[in-house]
Design a protein around this ligand. Structure first.
Ligand SMILES: Cc1cc2nc3c(=O)[nH]c(=O)nc-3n(C[C@H](O)[C@H](O)[C@H](O)COP(=O)(O)O)c2cc1C
Length: 198
């Protein structure tokens, strides 16, 4: 199927108008800047390497399907946790609360004390399938690895959710926006039209 050419595609490469993209391709910095405007939560994806808990900070997490219950995380193909998850066939997604930016930094490999070699000193317990559940997570989902889809320089890890836990109270999430952590200092919430609150 031939797609109609987008109107901006006709612009000459030297078009100086701000926000107008060249006909094909984008500069990596421009791509990062645009994607950074999409706010996400922050998770630590964990698994087990011969009884040792391992984890990595991941913002590319989304729900895919409710029935069956499927979620997806996107891991750079270079991530050291990828082969661990494939060997175990399972992982846990731990959603971080707003006070855990330091945990996020540590699991992203920033110099920290205690370091990532000792699981960032994070308190954890084995959940379903023995997957490491962070005690401080505001919610955790244990997943059996269902599919691995190579996409560009990443792998989509599709997981079937087999157990969930949610923290007590209404802790706010840690957010990631424009390559910085974002805290919600003041929030108003609005119900969606026609959708009951949970
Ligand atoms: C807030 C935040 C979000 C991140 N999200 C992802 C992600 O979605 N996927 C990914 O592959 N790496 C992501 N990273 C990068 C990894 O956490 C980081 O590169 C880590 O050091 C990789 O560990 P490794 O070198 O042992 O594989 C993120 C880092 C931060 C700080």
């Amino acid at each position: 199927m031939r797609l109609p050419r987008a109107s901006h595609a006709a612009a000459p490469p030297s078009d100086p108008r701000p926000g107008v993209l060249p006909p094909e391709g984008v500069e990596p910095d421009d791509l990062r800047r645009a994607l950074g405007r999409f706010a996400t939560g922050v998770t630590v994806v964990t698994s087990l390497e011969t009884d040792r808990p391992r984890g990595v900070t991941v913002s590319a997490f989304m729900s895919v399907s409710l029935d069956p219950p499927l979620v997806l995380v996107a891991l750079d193909q270079a991530r050291t946790l990828g082969p661990v998850i494939r060997a175990t066939g399972a992982y846990a997604v731990n959603i971080l609360g707003e006070d855990d930016a330091a945990l996020s930094d540590c699991f992203a490999g920033a110099p920290s004390e205690p370091g990532r070699d000792v699981f960032c000193g994070a308190a954890w317990r084995p959940g379903a399938l023995g997957m490491p559940i962070l005690e401080r997570a505001i919610a955790s989902l244990v997943c059996r690895l269902e599919d691995v889809v190579p996409v560009g320089d990443h792998h989509f890890l599709v997981g079937r959710v087999i157990a969930v836990s949610t923290g007590h109270g209404h802790a706010s999430p840690l957010l990631y926006y424009r390559r910085r952590y974002l805290r919600i200092e003041r929030a108003t919430t609005t119900p969606l039209e026609g959708l009951a609150d949970h």
